[in-house]
Design a protein around this ligand. Structure first.
Ligand code: B12
Length: 287
């Protein structure tokens, strides 16, 4: 951070910077606590490489639109350092992960799709770009706080035959940022197996990310079986480019969201209404 050791100790002792003590009496600061402190105080991250993070540019007020173009260029060129720096800078500049997902990552990949369509891109460039992007998302995941309790648990993934990993990985990060204990199960999971995961772990929210459906009739049949097995207290949220209106009309769900910012507001509302419900129950039992 470029500040003195005694300042850091003082912040820790005042509780301004979350820390714990090691057995030897040293202060230990979790990475997510440190990054939230930097974000809240608008401090500069002087030597991010010491923490295994990409070197930031120092320009924290990036405009998302410009960032999307820069991110796309870095992905196409295979420049991982720049791609990771763009994403981390946006995060440190207090942009929500949902906005980074919608306005930078999805935008950059739409651009990559268009370049690929016009024959301006080799297949390897697209695949390499996806790998780099997954590593950028991993950086965000490391930077976020992991809730210790499982009050708000969420998981999800993509159904059989859907190889698209980016949306489900972005959702994990978006929900973690709003305080959910969220985990992506990955891609191409049979819906019967998703039903088993829901039965085993009973999350409050389950997301199904659908970007490609090899056989729509088979998908609808498996989906209706999944819905029958989902308990009423689990919110089933669906989204993804393959869920066109005609298909959605034949499906039942708690919410369809067409981007990550809508998913974030749905998940936040769900958290608040659950908490309100609990307070109401406590008050009723006290009366
Ligand atoms: C990367 C990519 C791939 C990779 C994916 C790798 C990986 N590990 O994820 C691979 C190599 C698998 C692939 C394969 C193919 N692809 Co492809 N692919 C893309 C590309 C470039 C990016 C997709 C992506 O991840 N975008 C990032 C996400 C975040 O954006 P998004 O999908 O738009 O999501 C938005 C919303 O839908 C929403 N959302 C998405 N999911 C969810 C889920 C929930 C719960 C919620 C709430 C919201 C939500 O959030 C986003 C908004 O911000 C797109 C181009 C594009 N325009 O997107 C083509 C694209 C989707 N692919 C295309 C094609 C044609 C193919 C292939 C058929 C190519 C081929 N001939 O083999 C195969 C299909 C193989 C198969 N079995 O499915 C076409 C589809 C055309 C069409 N009309 O459907 C596209 C549009 C490219 C193009 N311009 O032609 N592809």
């Amino acid at each position: 951070m470029g500040v003195s050791e005694s300042s850091v100790k003082r912040w820790c002792d005042r509780g301004a910077l979350g820390s714990s003590r090691t057995a030897g009496g040293h202060r230990r600061i979790p990475l997510h606590e440190f990054l939230s402190f930097i974000k809240a105080g608008r401090y500069e991250l002087v030597r991010p490489e010491e923490l295994g993070l990409p070197v930031t540019s120092g320009q924290t007020d990036r405009v998302l639109e410009r960032a999307a173009r820069q991110f796309q260029r870095a992905l196409v060129a295979g420049d991982e350092a720049i791609a990771r720096r763009v994403v981390l800078d946006l995060f440190l500049a207090n942009h929500r992960c949902s906005a980074i997902g919608d306005l930078v990552i999805a935008e950059a990949f739409h651009g990559i799709g268009a370049q690929w369509d016009c024959g301006d891109l080799e297949v390897y460039q697209e695949r390499r770009g996806c790998e780099i992007c997954l590593r950028c998302l991993h950086d965000l995941r490391r930077a976020l706080y992991e809730p210790a309790d499982s009050t708000f648990t969420a998981f999800g993934g993509t159904p059989s035959g859907d190889p698209y990993l980016l949306p489900t990985t972005i959702i994990e990060v978006v929900l973690r940022e709003c305080g959910w204990r969220a985990a992506s199960l990955g891609n191409s999971i049979p819906l019967t197996s998703m039903a088993a995961a829901i039965r085993d772990a009973r999350p409050q929210l389950f997301w199904l990310s659908v970007s490609h459906i090899p056989d729509e009739q088979a998908f609808l049949a498996d989906y209706s079986q999944l819905v029958k097995s989902v308990p009423h207290d689990v919110a089933l949220v669906v989204g993804g480019r393959a869920l066109h209106e005609g298909l959605r009309r034949q499906m039942t769900f708690a919410a369809f969201c067409d981007d990550f910012r809508r998913l974030e507001s749905f998940a936040t509302t769900l958290m608040h209404s659950t908490l309100r419900g609990r307070v109401g129950q406590q008050q009723a039992s006290q009366n």
